[in-house]
Design a protein around this ligand. Structure first.
Ligand SMILES: Cc1ncc(COP(=O)(O)O)c(C=O)c1O
Length: 385
């Protein structure tokens, strides 16, 4: 890219505040990334090879898990895990009513039946109080989602799973390095799945994903299934799929993983500042970080009764916002056949029209945050008149 384009882009950035700024992140570690990519190309290590092995080792260590099985994306990570666990037709899997569709659609793809559980109104994670009522003789597992970077309340989930002999898969796509009671997410359940979609806290330069587990036999089964059912060349023990992390993505991810702790610290500092500065703005509910855990703020999600009006106002101020997600899973057309009604999922229904994700990225400046907070303050002050 020529210098003129760089200057033009930088100007746009100062004037507005994007939801995330991947280019700023790239510029902050450009030399390391460029070297890593050049190395992969020099060695033609495009599929599996040393960069993938190294990343798997490093990522397992970062989560505290014994094994990491990389794959093509976070959706495949869920699908591969459930196939390796031997999900059978008609098996019921309980998951969060408010998440990205990947969490639910993979249950169906793996042959199971999706059972939605409402979310807690304030933490946005699965409502553990409602879980026991959803368990039937067909229930085989629970997939809590560490949504927006906040760990689900794992203790009651694990206790319930143990009582009923269920497996637990942590959907950790949005929660790299988040902790629950001092332990990093990823080793609470039988396995945990991660997405490295570019905008995630640890993001590749394309699609990428991984599964971590402490169970060696499960890791072997998952790796085999992800690689056409073969761990050795032409030794196909079962039919599988092709879901691979490529060498370029692995090399990029290994570089970025080194920076993840400091990026996470920055996200948490920005969230604290937002909390403080928005606390007195009338009409805004800031996100609740539950006690005993470390939220990693993949997204900073506020609520307002006139969410759409606020989003429109922010747009006119040059502030980008997002909605994650505007229609909770049970109310999507994809699940209309289940006949769910708002009163079945009152919290997810309440939140879907009020949530708004504000700009959140480690490189965000104080001036950018001040502009976001000031713009919200103006909107809310005008609403009060
Ligand atoms: C909660 C959740 N689960 C699963 C996924 C799927 O990950 P991917 O987009 O890498 O397939 C995502 C990513 O968007 C996600 O946010």
């Amino acid at each position: 890219m020529g210098s003129v384009e760089v200057v033009a882009e930088a100007t746009v950035r100062v004037e507005g505040v994007p939801l995330i700024d991947l280019h700023a992140q790239y510029l902050s570690i450009k030399a390391e990334i460029d070297d890593a990519i050049a190395d992969v190309i020099a060695k033609s290590a495009f599929i599996r090879g040393p960069y993938v092995d190294a990343f798997e080792e490093r990522f397992a260590a970062a989560t505290g898990a014994k094994h990491c099985v990389s794959c093509a994306n976070g959706t495949d990570a869920l699908y591969i895990t459930m196939r390796a666990l031997g999900l059978q037709a008609g098996d019921e899997v309980i998951t969060s009513a408010h998440s990205w569709i990947a969490t639910a659609e993979t249950i169906t793809q793996a042959g199971g039946r999706v059972v939605f559980c409402d979310t807690d109104r304030d933490t946005f994670t699965i409502d553990v109080k409602r879980l026991p009522d959803l368990i039937t003789p067909r229930t085989v597992g629970i997939i809590p989602v560490h949504l927006y970077g906040q760990p689900a309340d794992m203790d009651p989930i694990l206790a319930l799973a143990k009582r009923h002999g269920l497996w637990v898969i942590e959907d950790s796509a949005q929660a790299h390095l988040a902790t629950y009671k001092g332990r990093t997410v990823g080793t609470f359940g039988v396995a945990a799945t991660f997405s490295f979609y570019p905008g995630k806290n640890l993001g590749a330069f394309g699609d990428a994903g991984a599964i971590v587990t402490n169970d060696a036999a499960l890791a072997r089964q998952m790796a085999m299934f992800a690689r056409h059912g073969a761990l050795g060349k032409h030794d196909h023990e079962i039919e599988g799929i092709n879901s691979r992390l490529d060498g370029l993505q692995a090399a990029v991810l290994s570089v970025k993983l080194e920076h993840l702790p400091s990026w996470t610290k920055s996200r948490r500092a920005i969230a604290s500042a937002y909390d403080l500065e928005l606390a007195s703005v009338s009409g805004i509910t800031t996100p609740l970080a539950a006690a005993g855990l470390e939220h990693v703020y993949h997204l900073y999600v506020i609520r307002h009764d006139d969410r759409d009006g606020l989003a429109r106002h922010l747009r006119t101020c040059g502030v980008q916002s997002g909605i994650h997600y505007p229609v909770a899973l049970p109310f999507l057309r994809a699940y209309a056949h289940l006949g769910h009604k708002p009163e079945h999922f009152p919290n997810a229904f309440h939140n879907q029209s009020r949530i708004l994700s504000l700009p959140m990225f480690p490189e965000m400046s104080d001036a950018q945050r001040a502009h976001v907070v000031g713009s919200i303050g103006d909107f809310c002050a005008r609403k009060r008149k």
